[in-house]
Design a protein around this ligand. Structure first.
Ligand code: ADP
Length: 219
């Protein structure tokens, strides 16, 4: 499990932090507003009142130990930029930062963010994508403890037949479909003889733990 810091506990930060914690990660939630910290404290590993623009404070909470940090300060431009810069200078490797405008996003990239999130734009684009090209995953019922994921095959899978990979016996996950780009089609319940191409995407069903294990081993 990973360690994540969520900075700024507005709607976005709150939902993100509690969801990551539900998924079993260690989550450190930070906000300068004590009410926001109070609201989340029972739903994450640790919640602290702190100003993310203060570099010493960020250092003292061990921010550099995190696998990733997310700056969810949207509207206060200066604070969002300074908080991102602090994370970069303190050596946090993966820094996600929420931006309100394109220019805000460009500044955040310049001061060290590794990925910019435009919540409304990202959500609108992903909805447009789903409406344009309905995904099989949206039609399947949700079963507690099980998931269906898409996985781009790692290099070691390319050119191999599904029976050689034997994912069901090695990991306990079933290949339910293969999305092929060339030709553009969805191959439902592929046979064991199916040979994987570089451009294929595996659609796998299995217990969350098995899927996580497979994802970790091939990443
Ligand atoms: P949202 O749109 O997700 O609600 P906001 O920008 O309104 O985002 O709020 C983000 C949160 O970030 C607020 O709870 C605010 O208290 C917090 N915040 C703003 N500046 C700082 C800072 N310098 N350090 C820590 N938290 C901050």
């Amino acid at each position: 499990m990973k360690q994540f810091a969520i900075i700024g506990l507005g709607n976005f930060g709150h939902y993100l932090g509690t969801r990551l914690y539900e998924k079993g990660h260690e989550v450190l939630a930070i906000d300068k507003n004590p009410d926001k910290v109070q609201e989340i404290k029972d739903s994450v590993s640790q919640a602290i009142v702190a100003d993310a623009t203060n570099r010493k404070t960020m250092q003292s909470v061990g921010i550099d130990q995190m696998d990733a940090a997310v700056v969810c300060i949207g509207s206060v431009l200066g604070d969002s930029i300074l908080a991102t810069l602090n994370l970069k200078e303190l050596g946090v490797e993966r820094i996600y930062a929420k931006a309100m405008t394109e220019i805000h996003g460009r500044i955040l990239l310049k001061v060290g963010a590794t990925e910019i999130l435009f919540p409304e734009k990202d959500l609108a684009f992903s909805l447009a994508e789903r409406m344009h090209n309905p995904n099989l995953l949206d039609y399947l019922p949700f079963i507690e403890g099980y998931s269906i994921i898409e996985l781009a095959p790692p290099k070691t899978f390319i050119g191999k037949a599904l029976h050689e990979l034997d994912l069901i016996n090695r990991y306990g996950v079933q290949v339910v479909a293969i999305k092929e780009i060339i030709p553009d089609r969805l191959n439902l319940i592929p046979t064991a003889r199916f040979i994987l191409k570089d451009s294929d995407v595996l659609i796998l069903l299995g217990p969350d733990k098995s899927l996580d294990k497979l994802r970790e081993e091939v990443s």
